[in-house]
Design a binder for this molecule. Sequence first.
Ligand code: DGP
Length: 114
Amino acid sequence: MSDTIFGKIANGEISADIVYEDENLVAFRDLHPQAPTHILVIPRKPIPTLNAVQPEDAELIGKLFLAAAKIAEQEGIARSGYRTLINCNAAAGQTVYHLHLHILGGRQMQWPPG
Ligand code: DGP
């Protein structure tokens, strides 16, 4: 298991407000929410960035997005709309090097993002 903060959340060493989990994934509320609903979905597998995703991870990445849609439904933002995004490396603002998919909703999103 990765020793990033998200690895520690995934293995239960650090607590988080978990909204979904299964054998492959954990989803929890972001500590510094940027929208009324801000959830992070992570694979239990410690993949550091999107650049490190391998062909054998294809099914896992598909499951990550399927879980995001399910969570959005559960959170009541599926119909109004929500944004999913992955920050990859420093220029995108990635701060935790354990792959995570942001789900943001509950307010009008702007485009382009900052
Ligand atoms: P990113 O910039 O894409 O690496 O996003 C990392 C996010 O993780 C950021 O929105 C804040 C959140 N975060 C950082 N540390 C913790 C933590 O310990 N718990 C939770 N729930 N979220 C965290």
